[in-house]
Design a protein around this ligand. Structure first.
Ligand SMILES: Cc1cc2nc3c(=O)[nH]c(=O)nc-3n(C[C@H](O)[C@H](O)[C@H](O)COP(=O)(O)OP(=O)(O)OC[C@H]3O[C@@H](n4cnc5c(N)ncnc54)[C@H](O)[C@@H]3O)c2cc1C
Length: 398
């Protein structure tokens, strides 16, 4: 009997999970008469729902889902941190949960180790929303500050204690600010404070919010944010937060109780030293079919890879949307490579992406679609529900 072929996926984020599911479905667990054994390896004990990273800033919500609780079946899970890909010997080296070094052989390998949240310089102060622990820490801090505010007699200090600044106005900054503003209002009412006295400032370094969307959508979004209690300040470059004071490059300042940095994502720093070819900014170099240069059987997709449309030269962004489309194509590529057929080539998904946005604001949302000559904006509960549905699907919840 022929030996099983081992397909290892490194990283069970949204993109790694999609790759595992789609390769399993596409191959039906077999290739060239050999059974495929699927192994998922991740450094965490569960799948982190990154979209909802900000949720524990307002409520106690579990955003790390144990691997056994996902709808996916038919794979082995290895809890370990991959340190090196030995592409000559076709094996990965990792440190297991007990801290021991170990290795596994692969025939096929998908590197989907994703990204990390970008931190500012340590001397810029504030707190960065990096993981669920930091999110819970933020929740404890603002709630403690609100309790202090309830007993504070100095109005200026009371105002500071009930003010939060979010630096960075991308989608995650927007969603975090809305969630926090709504939760702070609720807490203020419960503590007998005036809910209008709480303030959340969303500090945007650019001239306007989300330059890629239509003016109609932007206006609606700013209006809905303001209803939640969020004030958007454009053209504000933050220098630092120190002792409760945020200072801007134009010399202005803003007293706050907490300053939260949400300034985007960087490719997983752990990739340096993993033995894979990297771009100068630390992303894995792949060809038009996601194959890693000089490493047979190794593919890389998602936030950790530099994916370029060979026709237009356009680069994919670090989004789950684009990563999922890559996973879909990767399953076909793996099949084609196994069968010695020409494999599909990456095509940028940008034109569609630019025309669709759905941003969650608490339980509600603001949805935008620009297609077929329409420029349609929808607000309220339905966009919020759609967002939640898409997120649950991406995390493969039962
Ligand atoms: C707050 C927030 C909101 C967002 N909102 C949106 C949105 O609305 N729409 C959208 O399209 N995108 C959004 N994004 C971006 C989206 O989350 C990412 O594009 C997506 O998570 C990328 O998935 P991935 O699987 O490539 O990487 P990741 O989600 O980063 O997953 C990587 C996985 O690899 C594991 N790993 C890392 N290193 C190792 C190692 N050495 N060994 C073993 N395992 C390892 C990690 O534990 C993790 O499970 C948002 C991001 C954030 C932070």
């Amino acid at each position: 009997m022929m030996k099983d072929l081992t397909c290892i996926i490194i990283g069970g984020g949204y993109v790694g999970l999609a790759a595992l599911k789609l390769i399993k479905e596409k191959t039906k667990g077999m290739t060239n008469g050999r059974r495929i054994r699927f192994v998922l390896i991740d450094k965490e004990p569960g799948h982190l729902r990154k979209f909802r990273l900000f949720r524990p800033t307002t409520v106690e919500e579990e955003i790390m889902i144990p691997w056994n609780d996902l709808v996916l079946e038919g794979f082995e899970f290895v809890h370990g941190t991959v340190t090196f890909v030995d592409s000559g010997e076709k094996r990965i080296q990792y440190t297991d949960a007990q801290g021991n070094d170990a290795q596994i052989h692969y025939d096929l390998l998908v590197v989907a180790v994703g990204s990390s949240v970008r931190r500012p310089d340590p001397n810029q102060g504030g707190i960065t929303l990096v993981d669920p622990q930091e999110a819970s820490e933020i929740r404890k801090r603002w709630r403690a500050n609100m309790r202090k505010a309830a007993h504070e007699t100095n109005p200026k200090e009371r105002k500071r204690l009930t003010t939060i600044a979010i630096v960075g106005a991308g989608i995650s900054g927007i969603e975090t600010s809305a969630d926090l503003a709504l939760a702070m209002k609720r807490e203020a009412t419960a503590l007998g404070l005036n809910s209008f006295d709480t303030s959340v400032y969303l500090l945007n370094s650019q001239e306007r919010l989300l330059p890629e969307v239509s003016e109609k959508y932007r206006q609606k979004l700013v209006q809905e944010l303001s209803k939640c209690g969020v004030t958007v300040l454009n053209n504000r470059k933050v220098l630092r937060e120190e002792a409760g004071l945020v200072t801007f490059s134009n010399g202005d300042s803003l007293p706050v109780s907490i300053c939260i940095w949400m300034i985007g994502l960087i490719p997983n720093p752990g990739l340096r030293g993993m033995g894979l070819p990297l771009t100068s900014d630390g992303r894995v170099v792949v060809d038009g079919s996601y194959r890693v240069k000089g490493a047979p059987g190794v593919y890389s997709i998602g936030d950790c890879a530099r994916i370029v449309d060979p026709k237009t030269g356009e680069e994919d962004q670090m989004t789950c949307f684009e990563g999922s489309l890559q996973a879909f194509r990767l399953a076909k590529i793996v099949m084609a490579d196994q069968e010695g057929r020409p494999a599909p080539i990456h095509r940028s998904s940008k034109p569609n992406m630019d025309n669709y946005f759905n941003i969650g604001l608490g339980q509600e949302g603001v949805f935008w679609i620009r297609k077929w000559g329409l420029d349609m904006v929808m607000t309220g509960k339905l966009p919020g529900k759609i967002k939640k549905f898409v997120e649950d699907k991406a995390s493969m919840l039962r």
